[in-house]
Design a protein around this ligand. Sequence first.
Ligand SMILES: Cc1ncc(COP(=O)(O)O)c(C=O)c1O
Length: 450
Amino acid sequence: MHSVDATTERMIRSVLAFAENRLRLDPVPLDEGARDPAALDVVTAGLLGDDGHDPDQVLGAWASMLAPAVISADSPRFLGFIPAAPTKASLLFDMLISCASIQGISWLEAAGAIHAENQVLRLIADRAGLPESAGGCFVSGGSAGNLSALVVAREVAKRKAETGRRWRVAVGADAHSSIVNTLRILELDPLTVNTDDHRVTGAALRAAVEADGDPSSIAAVVATAGTTNAGIIDDLADVSAVARELGAWFHVDGAYGGAGLFAPSIRAKYDGIENADSFVVDPHKWLFAPFDCAALLYRDPSIARSVHKQDASYLDVIHNTPAEWNPTDYAYHLTRRARGLPLWFSLAVHGVRAYTEAIETAIRLARQAAAEIESRDFLELIREPELGVVLFRRLSWSPGQYTEWADRLLHDQVAFIPPTAWEGETVARFAFLHPQTPMDLVREILDRMA
Ligand SMILES: Cc1ncc(COP(=O)(O)O)c(C=O)c1O
């Protein structure tokens, strides 16, 4: 299993050939998702047993049946949830990293990898206007980043006050579900900030705190820089000012929208992000990196380190290395893949300007799609898009009609565009991210609602 014999040689050729073909897909087709497990068993039954199988047979099972049963999130026709669009460069480097078994825990083991990752974190921190001292690590996703950051926020609050008190986190009703999960895990109660227009403002936060009457219980304020369902950026400047008045930790969840920091046309919407105590952005979303990759940054990483650093006698050696920067110290993890490296490679190959252009393309697509929607009398735009998300309704449609429309589009391999809900109503939603999504496709999708 670990030596290079004739079987290994054959596998190298056939697996790399498969990977090469996948990489060469341009554009990536959509493929289909959910299938009857019995159909998948036709090729997988009996493969896992005491005896091994010919690698080409196993690869054949993957290629013939399993791979086509996965909707390609990196297809320009994938317009649901939050799509992915990893660059070819990032995918290639991801393969290389997999082959190298890089253990990204510590400077002692992986200084080269961590140095490159930290350069990417610095680039993102600069875009956000965070101080030179800012730093952090890459984690698996926005959920892991939000959890790791709010663990620090809770500890900071606990250190400041008497024990046994309840702690809460002020958060908008449109914050991501991972924030709700995080609060449940940490046994922190939410103080929900109600808004007039789904956007948390300083005034809305202040009103919620005043109505609640227990400001000293607020350990943290969470703002969203790009809500998942609608792409709304909270008023980060005013919200951060109120958070500071409260003496609360200010966390910005930019898992989806944080990439907009690289888009000059909308950069002003993020003003105030420079006040964040912690900030998350997912490169596996709009910074065109492969799954899974989230950048987690702290204004003062030494605080995060005092919370997350794991102490064990066998780990003393990693903490005694000069010039150490141990990514493991900045989140809830120990062993970690050096998942910032594909982005590092791709950024270095293509340059930041190419990223800016690709992000601006998705913003333009959203604006053009909004105009197309407004030009059809059977459609109604729900709100002007801020980022790449467009919400709209088909007048007089029932929820079932949205589902039929979306199912038909997937069946015909036109697009993956599942409906969502807005203020309790089933509506349609584009999530633009892939820079190669053509406007003709957008028109076809809309015309199929006529
Ligand atoms: C705003 C926001 N926060 C957090 C997350 C969770 O990120 P992940 O799925 O990478 O854990 C998402 C995912 O879409 C998101 O949009």
